[in-house]
Design a protein. Sequence first.
Length: 111
Amino acid sequence: MPRDPGLEELVKSSLGNTRGLSEKAMFGGWAWLLHGNLLCGARRGSLLLRVGKDNEVWANEIPGVATAIMRGRRMSGWVRATPEAYGNDALRRKLIDAALQFTGSLPKKQQ
C-alpha cells in the first residue's frame, strides 16, 4: 500500500515538536518513533497507533477504529484508524495523545 502524503502531514502537525521523535519508511508507509519505540504509522487509508492495552477499549468504541490485525494476528495495544476517524481533528488528537502517553512510558531504546 502506498504512502499517503496528506495523512503524513496531518500526523506531523498533530505531533508538533515532540522531543525524541524520529521518522522512517516502514510497513510500506511512513512511521514515527518516540525514543526508538514505534509510535504510529501511516499509509494510504490507514493510521496505525500504539495506544497500549488500557486504551484499546475506549479507542475501539470510536467509529472507524479497531484493534490492528497484522498477518492474521491481533496486535494487542495497537489500533488502526480509517479516514472516518483520523479525518476528525479532535479524534486524531485524542488517539495520538494516547499513543504519545503510552509509548512515552516505555524504556528508551538506543538509537
